[in-house]
Design a protein around this ligand. Structure first.
Ligand SMILES: C[C@@H](C(=O)O)C(=O)SCCNC(=O)CCNC(=O)[C@H](O)C(C)(C)COP(=O)(O)OP(=O)(O)OC[C@H]1O[C@@H](n2cnc3c(N)ncnc32)[C@H](O)[C@@H]1OP(=O)(O)O
Ligand SMILES: [Co+2]
Length: 134
């Protein structure tokens, strides 16, 4: 794990939250991107060498919609940058973590992503991400 790539925050209204986080961070988001496979519309803010990812649900069965039903807005996941996602998945599986998708899927911002079940990580949803073209 090289660094915290981003923190994911579940929000109800991306437009309003973009404005709120612009005020908070002093700089606007640098991109919005829909990831249809995950049922989310994301927006990214650069903070030093890491990022904040805001996530709004785009459909009822989106993980973000389910999360907001059960809990409230707030930190949804922590994402770590990894050099070799397949090697990390194998290592973490060996260590007994529950991998939600062993085959990396397409995330936002040109990344391959894998999630670990929060039940195996002290209640924190963990995302691994690897830059697609490295
Ligand atoms: C675009 C991409 C990117 O960055 O590139 C993204 O981030 S996409 C981000 C959106 N995509 C994802 O999150 C994909 C991975 N997530 C999932 O597969 C799912 O959301 C799960 C994490 C498995 C949760 O789904 P579901 O609630 O249906 O599952 P379940 O019944 O197995 O487990 C339910 C238990 O997990 C807890 N739980 C659910 N979501 C949680 C979260 N984000 N953080 C911590 N705990 C969480 C529930 O409160 C419940 O706890 P109790 O049992 O104690 O009540
Ligand atoms: Co994420």
């Amino acid at each position: 794990m090289r660094k915290i790539e981003h923190l994911g925050i579940a929000v109800k209204d991306l437009k309003k939250s973009n404005e709120l986080f612009r005020k908070l961070l002093g700089e606007a988001h640098y991109k919005e991107e829909e990831v249809s496979g995950e049922g989310v519309l994301t927006s990214f803010f650069q903070v030093g060498d890491t990022k904040i990812e805001l996530l709004e649900a785009t459909r009822e069965d989106s993980p973000i919609a389910k999360y907001l039903e059960r809990k409230s807005e707030g930190i949804h996941h922590i994402a770590f940058d990894v050099e070799d996602i397949h090697a990390e998945v194998a290592r973490l599986k060996d260590e007994g973590f529950e991998i939600l998708n062993e085959i990396p899927k397409s995330g936002a911002d040109n990344k391959l992503v894998v999630f670990l079940h929060p039940k195996s990580t002290n209640g924190v949803l963990v995302e691994l991400c690897q830059e697609k073209n490295n």
